[in-house]
Design a protein. Structure first.
Length: 215
């Protein structure tokens, strides 16, 4: 935080700003079934959500259930998901996730953080996204937008990794919905506080922004 105001006041300012501009922010990944979200989150590694949505439409139309994904020809999946990059690894992950969810979980994504972390391609951030979307858990996934915005707004230090950043965000916003703030910070990062050429001139938070003050 850059100005001399209390933590509570700053928290209030940020929450009011996010509610005023991004009240309806939500998950950009589209899914109909629980396992589709798991696969979509895995596919979104190093790929834009819009591209994942476009690819998923084709993938889940051709393979409409876990059994068909498990039995799918790997080269066919690779062809479909090629626009997302890392296609061979991701195709293997899709088949493995389908197989594990069918064989070990009765075809249902379990509400179990530790189990989710055992699925291929599912790391801590992906696990947290699944938990907030499918189970409304109070997790605070830190993606590239949340990480960047957190630094600029003084909510973490430059040397903090994503886990430390997540812990600081949890503490700072302890009385608020992590899920809502996660989506709001992503929306803010995508539309205003972009990685390159953020729209600082029109940003209501510039008085609190270390990036703005350092330019
Ligand atoms: S002033 Fe610029 S860098 Fe700072 S929060 Fe606003 S848009 Fe982001």
């Amino acid at each position: 935080m850059m100005t001399k105001i209390s933590k509570d006041t700053y928290c209030d300012i940020l929450c009011r700003f996010f509610d005023a501009h991004f009240l309806d922010a939500k998950c950009a990944l589209e899914y109909q079934k629980d396992y589709e979200l798991v696969i979509a989150v895995m596919l979104s590694a190093q790929a834009k959500d819009e591209r994942v949505n476009a690819v998923d439409k084709i993938l889940f139309k051709k393979y409409p259930n876990l059994k068909s994904l498990k039995d799918a020809n790997i080269n066919d999946i690779i062809d479909i998901i090629k626009p997302l990059g890392l296609a061979k690894t991701k195709a293997n992950n899709i088949k493995m996730i389908a197989s594990l969810l069918l064989d070990e979980c009765g075809g249902v994504v379990p509400h179990d953080a530790n189990y989710l972390l055992t699925l291929p391609g599912i790391g801590n951030k992906a696990k947290n996204v699944i938990l907030i979307e499918l189970f409304n858990d109070e997790e605070f996934p830190v993606d590239t937008h949340v990480y960047r915005v957190s630094y600029r707004l003084g909510l973490r230090e430059e040397t903090d990794d994503v886990i430390r950043c997540e812990n600081k965000l949890r503490k700072f916003f302890s009385n608020h919905s992590y899920k809502k703030l996660h989506h709001q910070m992503i929306a803010f990062g995508r539309t205003i506080c972009k990685a390159i050429s953020p729209n600082c001139q029109n940003c209501e938070l510039k008085d609190y922004c270390r990036y703005f003050k350092s330019r």
